[in-house]
Design a protein around this ligand. Sequence first.
Ligand SMILES: O=C(O)CCC(=O)C(=O)O
Length: 242
Amino acid sequence: METKRIKFIKDGFIKIDQLITPEEVDSLGMIYDELLQDKVKTAHLRSDLAGADNNADKKVERITQIMRPSTLIPEMLEKSSYKKAEQWAKDLLGNDMELDFDMMINKAPYTNTPTPWHQDAAYWIAMPDKRSASCWIALDEVYEKNGCMWFIPKTTGIPILPHKNLPNGGALYCETDSSQALSIPLNPGGCTFHDGFTLHFSQGNTTETQRRALILNFRPKKMIEFEREQGVDHTGERKQRN
Ligand SMILES: O=C(O)CCC(=O)C(=O)O
């Protein structure tokens, strides 16, 4: 554990070969598929990180993001994945770490759309306490060709680089030198943890199956309160902040 903590602080990410059992992968997978298919129930939490397709006849989602799935299926919060990931977050960054939000990101078969290089902190409001850990749990085997995560090990405390939006409400992205980037393949049930300032990316899915990831984000309890006071609840709905 201590080795992982030191590595997380130094590189900005770590890999855990098996966070959860195959049984839990199956049970989360069933919930995941149900939500992916239910476009009505998830409409207010759902978007395509590739950007909306202007062609109304062509409604294939390429990178489906569903924010806060546990607000629709509260039993998710009781799963051992949530409990184990929270314990890891506490071990990595301190006992005041709590779940801020969960999200699903799926890359549909043959959609070949990368998630561009970015830092998660670019999505968030500025917070006095910048500790955060995102646990990216693979529900399928992930590798370069279906969109496993890539990270650039951080050498010093890097600031937030300038980010732009992909057109039509798509993901944020930034320019970076990715020559030192490492890909992290995982078996189902494996995960990575990354810090909010760590640069990351994934290639498009060029395979015939889905690439399902469940992501749990942890930050200090006081910072979650700070966000909520400012109307930030990660539901994806735009709120007037000032
Ligand atoms: O799943 C992906 O392709 C990207 C995930 C991501 O950017 C994140 O978890 O912060």
